[in-house]
Design a protein around this ligand. Structure first.
Ligand code: ADP
Ligand code: MG
Ligand code: MG
Length: 252
């Protein structure tokens, strides 16, 4: 599904990612954890194709294509979903309009017709139950006046409607109270599938109590310094990230 090889990326001439290697197979959930400033958001931004990052070395292969050569919209059409794709308020664009446009872009790439308006509403209503959102939400402008929790639910709704092959969720748990965390987690868990991969980027372990990953990686200073299974996340909860700096060079 996704292979990242020796990825290096800089911002303003400063190297932030310093040789990331990661392989994600279909059906797997990978958690990427790490201290603040480790480069977690930089990694997700680079995968999303955001402006401002210079890739200096390495490659990212998604389903046999070089992801880094594709425009952000092309990535989305091919089934890559980034939860923070629309993080900002977009005045005058309703949530339902954006969702439909995004779905139609994917369908177009797949050679399918635009979704019928009534079928779309039926689909969205069904998916909204998953994240316990009410209908009023659909007609609000994108993210305008959404609380932190609502934005996150909305991201999971987008994911549920688009049914991506690869979802990259950055700090899905931030700003969530415990009920919203549970709802969002249930939404993500409902979207687990054999042909779908999820990369969850998070500073905190608590999300992983609800969404159990197959693999956990620790990112520090732009490199993955340790990989393991869910037990690694538990270890981190106990010992924090301070041990990272004490680890001998090259230990993984
Ligand atoms: P994380 O998400 O793990 O907390 P980030 O990827 O946001 O880390 O940041 C990694 C490092 O890159 C930090 O030192 C941060 O200050 C720096 N950085 C990120 N974005 C920029 C930017 N646009 N300009 C300058 N430095 C940046
Ligand atoms: Mg940060
Ligand atoms: Mg971050």
């Amino acid at each position: 599904m996704l292979t990242i090889k020796n990825l290096h990326a800089s911002v303003d001439g400063k190297e932030i990612l310093r040789g990331i290697d990661l392989t994600v197979n279909p059906g797997e959930i990978h958690a990427i954890m790490g201290p603040n400033g480790a480069g977690k958001s930089t990694l997700s931004n680079v995968l999303a194709g955001r402006d401002g990052y210079e890739i200096t070395q390495g490659e990212v292969i998604y389903k046999g294509e070089n992801l880094l050569d594709l425009e952000p919209e092309e990535r989305a059409q091919r089934g890559v979903f980034l939860a923070f794709q629309y993080p900002v308020e977009i005045p005058g664009v309703s949530n339902v309009y954006l969702l439909k446009a995004a779905l139609n872009a994917v369908r177009k790439y797949q050679g399918l017709e635009e979704v019928d308006a009534m079928d779309f509403l039926t689909l969205v209503r069904e998916k909204m139950k998953l994240v316990k959102m009410n209908e009023e939400f659909l007609h609000r402008n994108v993210n305008e006046g959404f609380s932190g929790g609502e934005k996150k639910r909305n991201e999971i709704l987008q994911m549920a409607v688009l049914e991506p092959a690869l979802a990259i969720l950055d700090e899905t748990d931030s700003g969530l109270d415990i009920d919203a965390l549970r709802t969002v987690s249930e939404g993500v868990n409902a979207l687990r599938a054999e042909d779908r991969s999820i990369v969850m980027i998070t500073h905190y372990q608590r999300l992983l109590d609800h969404i159990v990953p197959d693999f956990v990686h620790v990112l520090s200073e732009g490199r993955i310094v340790k990989s393991g299974d869910k037990e690694l996340a538990k270890e981190l909860e106990k010992s924090g990230y301070s041990w990272i700096h004490d680890a001998p060079e090259g230990e993984t």
